[in-house]
Design a binder for this molecule. Structure first.
Ligand code: ADP
Ligand code: ZN
Ligand code: ZN
Length: 738
């Protein structure tokens, strides 16, 4: 047996591991991620290395391969823990070890961090003026320029000082040491938060909150790690619970990771943590450059921070003494990585917690089927937090059957109930949120003569018509002028279909011309910061109606909103996704949660063409238990997660014929390996739901089974067979439980 070993953790060494022989005595103890001692180079130096792969054969000549000396028994460094996590990710999610290591152990690349700095006075103005006088007397021109500039401008950019004023680093250092000038590094990440100096005191927790924190903190104090699920609706006070537990953790000298979905990672949310914990908070988000992100990781590693807040990548913060990992809104789809390794943050958090003795808290108003099933099995300790804080009461929910509206000759997109409610709320000066699961002027352009839909020539998805007369593909951005003749049959009966937010806005203005409307969809918030601005405008009461796509549903707290309208509740039911029911339930529940957050009672109007659907009915009743039972029964019947495990094998290439040939041959191999073993079902091959994206063709094969372990083991048998297929430009990717 042979092992691939890296001897230091850098990008280069991960790409070029060295081969060592595994002495027979060590054979059953060597696993990926494990640290070992190996001889290195010709001088007989002994270095510590990490096993990242194991093989039966080696490509080197036998006499050039050295033996592993021994296993390092003590595994306590953070790198080692993260490597073990990487090894687990590789197994669990079907990635390569390389991809898993890159994900868990961010290493310094060639990219240099751009940190900007400013130069300002470090002393009283008089003292600086004195220094200026002295410098003039002594003819020290550089200092004269510097002092004059600082006296005149206050704060100056460091690059301006070095490039324009031509002050050398030596001079800067000298005046800094003399206490005249201060050079401040501006942390680009924390820039918007750096001026927050106020600290808020934690509120007295409610009995419900105390019961939960008491129980978790008791576990923490006795050094017992635990995994918990807090099922509490939005506004019930979960964040206060998180902060209380984080305090306890920090007081015990440990660190905390707080995962929040990117979309909820707003100024409002982050500043709440900074007000509570001060500046020892690191923030991660996907807009950071590689270098900036690396800096945040380093701050964690160097002990400069106690809390890492961010989306799923924050999970890999290299804290040496991690006490707790919290995942808020754990049901969010963004916790599943869509890049390799296609890991799920929830699963990785539970594993990291186990490896490092840290506790894990999952929180949600609409738990994922996965978490709730784990709670029912006792794998997670379940806490329920019911009722909203303050005086807020639940809104009344109206479920409107749009087919009935049509019978009553109402052809508009607003039901009678919704119209009545909007008029009533506008008259009282209360605010309204309208939610539509679409974007663009009007969605699809179809031909009523031949039935064809205009699609993007690169992506095979429908084009969307915009008000400026262009059609846009929302996957690749392909833009083309709209047409009024069907490209297929030449008919002029061609037009839009369904409604987008712009269209709804126009209709609203026709009925309520006085209404002040804010439209929020991915087109209107594409500009950086414009989403925060729109939300602020609405918060200040400068608009009556906030109209938007799913992005308005998440976690915003507007006390004056008393009406939420969901225009096409069932749209998400038709998505080609095994979790369509779960998504629909979640969307409706979250949207409803926006209404009546303050002291005024609110209403929710749900418009649907499918009012009997259990996801919609249960969501309207806020009945998660019944929804869970029904949905779980469906998953069990179908063998879908969390009842079963699914392996998705994606095959892609820029050459269409190549992808088709390869996927057929691969499917044969897959069937050979899995079908005879009985407990597995192979589906496909089929075109991926997005068959063509950016000129790459994608096909998929699914294998599902109730035997997850077997599915993973056999996947290892499949890999070399897939690698041996005679196609060069075809990529094969494996992923479990998409
Ligand atoms: P969630 O995270 O479940 O949405 P939050 O913790 O954000 O809930 O609480 C909702 C609102 O109620 C926040 O404004 C919060 O400051 C407030 N709040 C929560 N707990 C308490 C408490 N014990 N006393 C007073 N206000 C509270
Ligand atoms: Zn046509
Ligand atoms: Zn496209």
């Amino acid at each position: 047996m042979y092992a691939d070993i890296i001897v230091n953790l850098s990008v280069k060494s991960i790409d070029r591991p060295y081969t060592y022989r595994i002495p027979p005595v060590l054979e059953d103890r060597i696993t990926p991620g494990i640290p070992v001692m190996v001889p290195f180079g010709s001088g007989g130096r002994v270095l510590k290395g990490y096993v990242i792969g194991i093989h039966k054969t080696a490509s080197l000549e036998e006499n050039r391969i050295k033996d592993i000396i021994e296993i390092c028994e003590k595994s306590n460094g953070i790198e080692e823990k993260m490597l073990l996590l990487a090894a687990w990710i590789k197994e669990q999610f079907g990635s390569t070890m390389n991809d898993a290591i890159r994900c868990c152990l961010p290493v310094r690349d060639k990219v240099m961090t751009k940190t900007s700095a400013t130069v300002s006075a470090a002393c009283e103005k008089e003292k600086l003026e004195e220094a200026l006088k002295e410098a003039k007397n002594k003819n020290r021109a550089a200092r004269v320029r510097l002092y004059e500039a600082v006296l005149k401008m206050g704060e100056i950019d460091r690059t301006f000082v070095t490039k324009e004023l031509k002050i050398s680093t030596a001079v800067l250092r000298d005046v800094e040491e003399k206490g005249l000038i201060r050079v401040t590094t501006v942390d680009l990440v924390r820039g918007p938060y750096k001026d927050i100096t106020e600290r808020d005191m934690p509120p007295e927790l409610t009995p419900g909150q105390k019961e939960i924190t008491g129980s978790i903190k008791a576990d923490l104090r006795t050094g017992k790690r635990g995994d918990y699920l807090i099922f509490g609706e939005t506004g019930s006070g979960k964040t206060e619970i998180y902060m209380d537990i984080i305090s306890e953790c920090i007081a015990a000298g440990k660190q905390a990771i707080m995962l929040i979905p990117e979309i909820s990672l707003t100024y409002q949310t982050v500043s709440r943590f900074i007000k509570r914990f001060g500046q020892r908070v690191s923030i991660m988000n996907s807009r950071l450059s590689f270098g900036e992100r690396f800096d945040q990781y380093m701050r964690a590693k160097n002990g400069e921070t106690d809390i890492m807040i961010g989306p799923r990548s924050a999970l890999f913060a290299p804290f040496e003494n991690l006490g707790i990992i919290i995942i808020d809104e754990e049901h969010e789809t963004s916790y599943k990585s869509d890049l390799t390794p296609k890991y799920h943050a929830r699963e990785v958090a539970l594993k990291r917690g186990e490896l490092e003795g840290a506790s894990v808290i999952l929180g949600s108003a609409t738990p994922s089927l996965e978490s709730y099933a784990m709670a029912k099995e006792g794998r997670l300790k379940l806490f329920k937090l019911m009722g909203r804080t303050g005086n807020a009461v639940h809104p009344d929910v109206y479920l409107v059957d749009m087919r009935e509206e049509l019978k009553k000759k109402n052809r508009s997109m607003f039901s009678y109930t919704l119209k009545e409610q909007i008029t009533y709320r506008l008259a009282r000066g209360e605010q309204i949120m309208l939610f539509l699961n679409r974007r663009g002027y009007s969605a699809v352009i179809s031909c009523r003569e031949c039935g064809s839909v205009i699609k993007c020539p690169h992506c095979d998805v429908s084009m969307t018509l915009h008000r400026d007369g262009n059609m846009i593909c929302h996957y690749c951005g392909y833009t083309v002028e709209s047409t009024n003749v069907c490209p297929k049959c030449g008919s002029r009966y061609i037009g839009t279909f369904g409604a987008g937010t712009q269209k709804v806005e126009e209709e609203l203005l026709k009925v309520w011309p006085q209404a002040r409307i804010l439209r929020m969809d991915s087109d209107s918030v594409r500009k950086k910061g414009s989403m925060d601005e729109l939300l602020k405008t609405f918060e200040k009461g400068e608009a009556d109606i906030l109209l938007g796509t799913q992005m308005i549903v998440k976690g915003h707290d507007f006390p004056n909103v008393t009406l939420v309208g969901i225009l096409l509740a069932d749209l998400s039911l038709y998505a080609p996704d095994i979790r369509a029911g779960e998504r629909t339930f979640e969307l409706i529940a979250q949207a409803s949660g926006r209404s009546g957050r303050g002291s005024k009672k609110g209403n929710v109007v749900i418009q649907t063409y499918d009012p009997e659907n259990y996801a919609i009915v249960c969501a309207a009743k806020r009945d998660f238990e019944t929804f869970f039972e029904e949905e779980m029964a469906y998953r069990i019947a179908m063998g879908y997660p969390p009842a079963g495990v699914m392996l998705e094998i994606g095959v892609s290439s820029e050459k269409e014929d190549m992808v088709n040939d390869a996927v057929k041959q691969l499917a044969d191999e897959v069937r050979k390996i899995y079908c005879d073993r009985g407990r597995f079902k192979v589906i496909g091959p089929a075109k991926a739901s997005l068959y063509k994206v950016r000129d790459v063709f994608r096909m998929v094969i699914y294998v599902k089974s109730y035997d997850g372990k077997g599915l993973r083991t056999l996947c290892e048998e499949l890999r070399p067979k897939a690698d041996a297929l005679p196609f060069d430009s075809v990529r094969v990717e494996y992923s479990f439980n998409l």
